[in-house]
Structure formats: C-alpha cells, structure tokens
Ligand binder design. Sequence first.
Ligand SMILES: Cc1cc2nc3c(=O)[nH]c(=O)nc-3n(C[C@H](O)[C@H](O)[C@H](O)COP(=O)(O)OP(=O)(O)OC[C@H]3O[C@@H](n4cnc5c(N)ncnc54)[C@H](O)[C@@H]3O)c2cc1C
Length: 359
Amino acid sequence: MGSAAAWALSARGASVIGLEQFSLGHNRGSSHGRTRIIRRIYSEGSLYTGLIEAAYEGWAAIGRQAGRDFLDKTGGLDISLSQGGIFEDALAAAMQSGQPFEVLEGVDLETRFAMMDLGGRGRGVFNADAGLIDSDEATQWMRQRAVEQGARLLEETPVNGWSRTQRGFEIETDTARYPCRKLIIAAGAWVGELVPALAPVIIPERQVIGWYHADERFDDMPIFQLESEDRERFYVFPPHGGHGIKAGLYNHRRERGMEHVPPRGVDEADLALLERGLSLCLPDIRPEPVETMECRFTNAPGDRFVIGTMPQDNDLIILSPCSGHGYKFTPAIGEIAADLALEQETRVDIEPFSLQRVL
Ligand SMILES: Cc1cc2nc3c(=O)[nH]c(=O)nc-3n(C[C@H](O)[C@H](O)[C@H](O)COP(=O)(O)OP(=O)(O)OC[C@H]3O[C@@H](n4cnc5c(N)ncnc54)[C@H](O)[C@@H]3O)c2cc1C
C-alpha cells in the first residue's frame, strides 16, 4: 500500500519520501508470495463495490502504463461443499452485481473443470473476470515507477516515531528526521507500533502458503475459494510462472498477535492443514509442497479494511487494507491515498472503512 501511495502521489507531481524498515520487496510482511487473487463478484459484501470497480480500472491503467498485464483472468469460483456459506454469499453478490456469472453444481462443476474432484458435492459461482495478479512484480513496478516520477524510497530505514509540528509532521529514523506536510502510515502488521490507538483493534495473524507440483492437466484451472463442510475456507491458484499450484487456508491456525509476526518456519502441523484442503478438491496433487512461505494477515474488525484520515487530523492518513483480502485493491488504494493527501476527498466510497468505525 505504501508503494502504491508513492506511485500515485508521485504521478500527480507530489514530493514523496517512502521509508521501509526492511529491504524493498522483503518477505516479512503481508504482500510477498508472488501472486494474489482478484475477484469481481465479492462474497464479502456490497460495501466493497466501489473499491472493486476502482481496482479493475486501476489494474487496466497500470497494464497500459507498464505495457504488460499484471492481471491474468483465469476465471474464478466460490465453492461450498455444504449448504449456505460462501456459495450463497457469492450468489447473492453475483445477482446484486449485474456482472455475468454461472452457477455450477455437482457433476456439472466437475465436468467443466475436470481437474477438480469434489465428490459431487460442490456448488460454485463462476465469474470469468476473476483471476490472479503477479503481485510481487506489480508492487515492484509501482516502486520503480514512483522513483522514475521523482519519489525517494529508502529501505532498511525503520521509522522510530513521528510527531506533529506546526507545518505538518516530523518523522524520526535512526539517522535522520524528515519533515513532511502529510503523513501516510501503511505499516501493515506493525501499524499499532506507529499508531498506538490502533494496536488493540488491528491484529496480525500468521499464515502459511504452499506451492505444489502440477502437470498440464491443471493449466486451465481457475482460481477458487473452497469452503469445507466444517466451514474452513481454502484458496487455490492454478500453476503460474513455473511455480506450480499455490494453496492456503484462510486464518490458518488462528495464531494472532504481534508474537506471531516474526517468521518461525513452517512445520508439519502447517503442512497438514494445507494437505487437507488439497485432498478436498485436488486429490491427485502430491501433498508434499515444492515450496512454502509464511506471511501475515493484519485483521481489522469484521475483516474489513481501515482506510482514511485520523479523526480530527485530515493530514494523517492510515492505510490498513489487509484482513487477508486487500491486495487486489492496491492501485485503487494508492489513488485514494493520493486523493486524501492532495484533495482531502476521494470519489471512492471509503465510509465503511473509516477510522471512526474502529477507534
Ligand atoms: C498469505 C496471504 C494471502 C493473501 N491473499 C490475498 C489475495 O489472494 N487477494 C488479495 O486481494 N489479498 C490477499 N492478501 C492480503 C494482501 O496481501 C494484503 O492486504 C496486502 O498485501 C497488505 O499490504 P500492506 O501494504 O498493508 O502490508 P505490508 O505489505 O506488510 O506492508 C507494510 C510495510 O510497512 C513496513 N513497516 C512497518 N513498520 C515500519 C516502520 N516502523 N518503519 C518502516 N517501515 C515499516 C513493513 O516492513 C512492510 O513492508 C493475502 C495476504 C496474505 C498474508
């Protein structure tokens, strides 16, 4: 989100400095892991509609500027293995959205996507606009573009604190103090360290993802979310960029709190959870991963985002759009940050994500 804000602000001629505590593109936050899912039919609810439209427009604009598409529309499915749940939510969202969609159930679903074996129990909503984003590459492109547009991005530069001054803010690092007129804090899992009022409400949560060897039968697989009978939700990506199938379990082991932020290594219990997800839908996939990574969600109440200015301070902008589903909105959120910093308002409806809601 910081990279996107730097990109959008510098594109509008603002003078930008970005400070990152680790290396740029590091793997200790929420954004690494090569790819992220994007969905147009949003089972999370209609409050995301404005953001979704802005996000698809944003990715198209970035595609034009970059001369390459970071978004690969593989199509996407929201599947439940029992009554209710994600299938019903996606169906309601699909009907409300006005977007084209298909309902596929039982044998029909497995005939259409023959690489899946759901035991005839699957009920899914398919949308052709869903897909995956080459997120590592897209974020890197935003940073590079920001620098070309005049932004200064400093890595290995932890922010130790900030204070209000008469003309704006002063940011303190180990070696320097930086004055600025507007301050955007997009600190992910660490946001509570820079904005203590948010520490009790924005809670990091450890996640694990795995990549699995897959042959050409899986090449045309859509991205999908699968809700099991016991309401666990898995997400699965088709093979991409030579890295095989990627899979994860939302909320994983529900390990929440700052103590779960530092990487500690993936163990057998982590792998067993991912293996269970694969066994429910892709039993032909060998359950030994080719690669694994740890990552972290930064959960806000109701799994919503926190985006906006601090109450009583229009110059201090917080971007905490994670709760496990924020990446797809990155270009939109960069533009929103630029709108708030330069115009004090934005055309996208961010009321559902306001700071007032959580503070
Ligand atoms: C496993 C996993 C799967 C996901 N899947 C999807 C998906 O399929 N689709 C989707 O849309 N979203 C998905 N998400 C969510 C999405 O990736 C996040 O919403 C998004 O990446 C959050 O970005 P961020 O900039 O808020 O956080 P981060 O990328 O973590 O950035 C915060 C940055 O702030 C830096 N920082 C913190 N404190 C300081 C300080 N004091 N000084 C300097 N720098 C500091 C950190 O080092 C870090 O680089 C997923 C997340 C995870 C973990």
